[in-house]
Design a protein around this ligand. Structure first.
Ligand SMILES: [Zn+2]
Length: 282
């Protein structure tokens, strides 16, 4: 392996698309303040990560954002309120993106040049809008055909100088990798799958992945990095409850093993901004 990018979608558990945000937010339970164990882990393994922050929580967590920056990580934008971009009018998208960038920059003092769409719902039109707004990179492309929310982002006209990297003019797109097994694309690099699979299985999948790929992206969320009890609504289906809760306990330890495995196999971790600099794009 050559490079690995660890990315965090810095959002609250109530931003999960299958939860009622207002009801869950009112419970007062928060997961982002638990992120310090994870930050400590990153220092231990010598990894700088990219944090895509939801704009509406930037002010509430200003201290945490500044601490993330102080430790040498990068901050980027994960939309204003985590609503999906699907069917969102372009002018609304632009207004929300500007509002989010401003909030994150004001809270952290860092400049924000990257974006990731909620649930990877980026499309080509909005990618072009990001470029016009001065964003330098986006990481919203995933090839995952079974999930109804995730679409394949059209990157016609982009060049791919490296595995998972696409460049057109000032904009770089970073793909979230999936592992193709038979007719399924398995997003082994994050979310529920990373929590669900035991490390012995992840290691086999990573080894299979490393035969065909050179780079890797991990994506995770604060609620997956702590086992703080989430007051999920009683009427939530068993499947959704499972999706939400499986493998949270011990996930931090497993993540450390995954990072160590990647490092042992040659992957250098860096923020997406650092990667662009190394390629001479920034
Ligand atoms: Zn998200």
């Amino acid at each position: 392996m050559k490079k690995a990018w660890l990315t965090v979608d810095l959002e609250e558990w109530y931003h999960l698309d299958y939860l009622d945000k207002a009801v869950c937010r009112d419970t007062g339970v928060r997961t982002v303040p638990q992120i310090f164990d994870f930050l400590k882990l990153l220092d231990e393994v010598g990894v700088k990560a990219t944090f895509f922050c939801v704009g509406e929580i930037a002010d509430e967590y200003a201290d945490i954002l500044r601490e993330i920056v102080r430790r040498g990580h990068a901050l980027a934008c994960h939309g204003w309120d985590h609503s999906l971009l699907t069917n969102k009018p372009e002018e609304v998208f632009i207004a929300e993106t500007l509002r989010a960038r401003e909030a994150i920059e004001a809270a952290s003092g860092a400049s924000v040049t990257g974006y990731r769409a909620a649930c990877f719902t980026m499309d080509r039109e909005k990618l072009e809008a990001l470029r016009r707004l001065g964003f330098n990179y986006d990481s919203s492309r995933i090839r995952f055909t079974q999930h109804p929310l995730y679409r394949n982002l059209d990157l016609e006209g982009f060049e791919s100088p490296d595995d998972l990297v696409y460049v057109r003019e000032e904009l770089t797109e970073y793909e979230i990798p999936t592992l193709d097994i038979l007719k399924w694309s398995i997003p082994i690099s994050g979310g529920g799958y990373l929590r669900l699979f035991p490390f012995w299985l992840l290691r086999l999948l990573l080894a299979a992945y490393a035969k065909k790929h050179e780079n890797f992206t991990i994506y995770i969320h604060p609620f997956e990095l702590t086992d703080v009890k989430l007051p999920l609504p009683k009427d939530l289906s068993l499947v959704t409850r499972f999706r939400c809760l499986v493998g949270r306990r011990g996930n931090l330890k497993k993540l450390k093993k995954v990072i160590r495995w990647l490092q042992k196999h040659g992957a250098r971790f860096m923020t997406l901004e650092e990667d662009r600099k190394e390629r001479g794009l920034a």
